[in-house]
Ligand binder design. Structure first.
Ligand code: HH2
Length: 375
C-alpha cells in the first residue's frame, strides 16, 4: 500500500480489509497503532487473518480467525513502517476530501453548501404526509421552496419512513410527474426521490436532473443504467433492507467503517453502470437502519466518508434522532434541533443539506458557512 491512494478507489473492485476506507479511517482516528488494532478486530469479526508484510501495511486473507503479529519485522520496525505511511495515507485522505469538494464546486458553480428542499407528494410522509398530496398543492409548495432559496427540489412519491409500505410504480409516477413537469418547466433543478428505475426514467424524461435513491441502486439495480443513459446525477444513500425491515438491521460492529465500505461499493456499481464520477453524491442515510449511536458516529466522522472523493448529501431534518436528543416528539416542531444539526453538518463538510424548512435552513447555513469560511 503506497502513497497513491487517490487511484486506489478507482481501481479496486474487491472489498477487503486492506481497503483504503478502513485504513484511512483508522489513521484519521488514531494513527499507526490504531490501524493494527482496528483491523485485527475487524478481521476477527469477519473470520479473517491479518498479515503484516514488508513495507505494506496489512493484508487480509480469507481463512482462520487468527491475528498474526508481523514475523518479518521487529516490533519497532513494524510500528515505524506504519508510522511512515501515516503521512502518505493522511495525504490521500485529504486528497479524497478535496476531490469531493472540487466535484461539488464543479456541479454547483461554487463551494458554499446548498439546500435541497423536500417536496413529498405523498399522503403518508413522516412529517408532512398529505400536506402536498395534490399536484396543485405540491407545485405551489415547490415554488415556495424555490423562492425561499432551495437549490434543489427533491420530489418524492413514496414515503421511506420506517415501516412504510411500497407504492406501486404507476401510483408513484402519477404522484410525481405533474409536479416535476411544472417545476422543471419553470427552471427548477429537480431531484427525484425514488428507488425504482421506471419512476426515475419518467422523472428524468420530465426534466429531473438527479436521481436520489435511498437504496443506492440496490432495490432496483436498473435505476443505475437509467440514470447513466440520461447522463444525470445520482445520489447513493446508505441503508439496509427496505423501509419495512431496516430497523431490525441496525446492528454494526463499526458503523462508520461499514457505512463507508457499503457506499464505496455502491459508488463502484454506479460508476460501472456508466454514471459519471463527476455526478455522483453519497449520503450516510440518517435513520435508515441506524440507531442514535450509529447516526451520531457516522455524522461525527463524516470526513471518513468524504475521503472517498464524492460530495456528501445529508438529510437530518425533523428526523427521529432529533427527538432522541431533544425530547421533541412532534416532527414539525423539531426545527431548532434540525438547525443545530445543520450547522454542525456544515462544519463537518456536508455539501447538500436536505431539509423541510428551507428559509430557516438557508439563514442558519449562511451564518454557519460565513463563520466556517465555506464559500
Ligand atoms: N430521508 C428521507 C427520504 N429520502 N434521501 C436522502 N438522500 N437522504 C435522506 O436522509 C432521506 C432521503 C426521509 O425523509 P422524508 O422524505 O421527509 O420522509 P418520508 O420518507 O416519510 O417521505
Amino acid at each position: 500500500m503506497g502513497g497513491n491512494l487517490s487511484n486506489h478507489y478507482e481501481t479496486q473492485t474487491d472489498a477487503t480489509l486492506s481497503d483504503a476506507a478502513h485504513i484511512l479511517a483508522a489513521v484519521q482516528r488514531g494513527g499507526a497503532r490504531d490501524i493494527w488494532i482496528r483491523l485485527s478486530a475487524l478481521a476477527q469479526d469477519l473470520g479473517e487473518q491479518l498479515i503484516a508484510s514488508g513495507a505494506s501495511i496489512v493484508e487480509s486473507r480469507g481463512g482462520h480467525a487468527r491475528v498474526c503479529p508481523p514475523t518479518s519485522l521487529s516490533a519497532a520496525d513494524f510500528w515505524s513502517s506504519l508510522a511512515h505511511q501515516d503521512a502518505a495515507l493522511l495525504r490521500a485522505a485529504t486528497e479524497g476530501v478535496q476531490r469531493g469538494d472540487a466535484r461539488f464546486a464543479e456541479m454547483h458553480g461554487g463551494s458554499s453548501p446548498v439546500i435541497m428542499g423536500i417536496l413529498n407528494a405523498t399522503p403518508d410522509s413522516f412529517s408532512d404526509g398529505g400536506m402536498h398530496a395534490s399536484a396543485t398543492a405540491a407545485i405551489a409548495r415547490g415554488r415556495t421552496l424555490l423562492a425561499e432559496g432551495a437549490t434543489w427540489i427533491d420530489v418524492g412519491g413514496e414515503s421511506t419512513r420506517p415501516g412504510a409500505p411500497e407504492v406501486p410504480v404507476d401510483e408513484e409516477v402519477a404522484r410525481v410527474l405533474p409536479v416535476i413537469e411544472a417545476l422543471a418547466a419553470e427552471g427548477a433543478r429537480i431531484s427525484i426521490d425514488t428507488r425504482k428505475a421506471q419512476v426515475a426514467a419518467a422523472a428524468l424524461a420530465a426534466g429531473a436532473e438527479l436521481v436520489n435513491d435511498v437504496s443506492g441502486g440496490l432495490f432496483d439495480p436498473a435505476i443505475l443504467e437509467v440514470t447513466a443513459r440520461a447522463d444525470a446525477a445520482f445520489c447513493a444513500m446508505h441503508m439496509r433492507g427496505t423501509p419495512a425491515t431496516m430497523q431490525s438491521q441496525a446492528s454494526y460492529s463499526d458503523a462508520v467503517l461499514e457505512v463507508t465500505q457499503a457506499l464505496r461499493k455502491r459508488a463502484r456499481a454506479a460508476i460501472d453502470a456508466g454514471i459519471s464520477p463527476a455526478k455522483l453524491l453519497l449520503d450516510p442515510g440518517v435513520g435508515f437502519a441506524k440507531k442514535l449511536e450509529h447516526n451520531l458516529a457516522v455524522l461525527r466522522e463524516l470526513d471518513v466518508l468524504a475521503s472517498l472523493g464524492f460530495p456528501l448529501l445529508v438529510g437530518l431534518s425533523r428526523k427521529k434522532m432529533l427527538e432522541e436528543l431533544t425530547g421533541v416528539v412532534t416532527p414539525r416542531e423539531r426545527l431548532a434541533g434540525s438547525l443545530g444539526g445543520l450547522a454542525a453538518l456544515a462544519a463537518k463538510g456536508a455539501h447538500i443539506l436536505r431539509v423541510h424548512d428551507v428559509r430557516e435552513s438557508r439563514e442558519a447555513l449562511a451564518v454557519a458557512a460565513a463563520i466556517l469560511g465555506r464559500g
